[in-house]
Structures are given as C-alpha cells and as structure tokens.
Design a protein around this ligand. Sequence first.
Ligand code: G3H
Ligand code: ZN
Length: 280
Amino acid sequence: SLTPTGDLVAAARNAGEGVGAFNVITIEHAEGVVAGAESAGAPAILQISQNAVRYRQNRVEPLAAACALIAEAAAVPIALHLDHVDDLDLLHRAADAGFGSVMFDASHLDYADNLAATRSAATWAHDNGLWIEAELGEVGGKDGVHSPTARTDPDEAVAYVSGTGVDALAVAVGSSHAMTAKSASLDIELVGRLRAAVPVPLVLHGSSGVLEDDLRRAVAAGLTKINVGTQLNVAFTGAVRRELADHARTDPRKYLRPARDAVAETVADVLSIISGRRAP
Ligand code: G3H
Ligand code: ZN
C-alpha cells in the first residue's frame, strides 16, 4: 500500500535497518521494484528524479500516478519520493502529483546558499505536508565526473539540519553517482560520527557503486535511506540486450518482461543486504 516516506524511514531507523529507494524511469521499473520488495517481504521507496521528469517530456504527473497506483496495489508498504529537485516549479507540483516526500538538491551551492535555499524549500514542503531530504557535501557523479573524495563534516551537518529544518540528510561518505561496477568503499567511521551527531536519518546516494560489505557495514553504522538507480539500469538494459541478441523480437513485451524481472531480482538482492532480511 502507498505509505508516507517518513514512516518507512523512521521505522527502518528505529530497527537499525536500511530502506531501499529505487529510481523509476519506466512503468516496468516501478513494477519490478514492487515485485522485488514483495519477494523480499520488505518495504521500498519508488523515486522519480528531476532528470527522469525531463525525459518524460517534463511531465511528472503520468509516471507519478502510475507509481502511486502500483504502490496502492502492493502487498508491502511502498512510498513515493521526488528525487534531486532543484527546479522550484517542479517542487511545487510534488504534493498534487501524489508524492509523500522530496529531495531538494542545492548541494552544488556553497554552504550559505545551500542553507538558505534549502530552508525555504523545507518551509514550503512542511506547509504542504511533505517530508523533505537535502544534501550537504556534494556526492559526485551527477555530471558524469566521479568524486568519491567528497565528505560531509559532522559539525557542519548538525548546524545545517537545525538551520534548514530538513527531515533527512544525504551525506558524502565515499559513494559517487552512476557507477556501473561495485568498487566504491565507504568511510564507515565517518558514518558512525554522523549518526551520533545528526538528529535526522541519513541518506546514501550513489549506492549502486558501493561494495556489498561496505553497504552492510554502513547500514549497521547508521545509514538509513539507501538510494539505488544505476544498478537497476545495468540489470534492465543487460536483460534487453541479451533478449535482442538471442531472438528477432518486435513486440516490446518480449524484451521488457525480462528487463522487469531483472529489476525485481536486483531489488530483492539489495533489500536483503540492507534490511538483513533473507529473501525466501
Ligand atoms: O538519487 C539517486 C541515487 O543516488 C542513485 O545513484 O544511480 O549511482 O545508484 P546510483
Ligand atoms: Zn542521488
């Protein structure tokens, strides 16, 4: 069923587990994520990024509506999150489009400008019933340039959270966006210091590139919302490529079905790693 993001994140944090947040580009992604969550017996977050909205011809509503209906029918709790928004017009469409939460991304700005922009986004979000995440210490890779060296300073993080009023904080602890192979290791010691200092749940971006053991240890050390995008697309596109290499296909269902199944399998794997649950 469709569940507020804040509820899923709070429950995971209290249990010392991670909750997976998975990027959706097509309806098959959303169906695959929910199927994977159901087979793992774990909740999950469907997230649509501003970049995905651009791909969807700048219309967020059709894909968001499909995700909400897929979530409603799910056997496990599923939340709907708008990811990496810096366009205020898009932000202001989030509540009506059915999202329970947004990530406002001003991480490319310097500290003072990030704080000011995020504080006003957070005020708007709370006035409109939305849970809001923001980022401090830019996680690289959004522009194709990997910078796993960025780090969030715990003292600055504490001041940022109290100055902005955000409900969750995305931190830079060694990951980088859009990595197609698992080779990033995380600064687990820093995760522990951030968890001890920061009063709100912590979010990991660029989780696709993180080594499995590091992901497990980082969740145990205090990361809660675990964002996975690229890993789903590696699985999705790999399945399409195999299907088309082996067969002369015309009907998209013939190659999108294995793609959706590959997404489901990947999601179940990730959820078993971060929630400590074992898929049946
Ligand atoms: O916000 C989305 C995530 O940070 C996804 O990152 O595509 O590198 O897994 P990823
Ligand atoms: Zn991200």
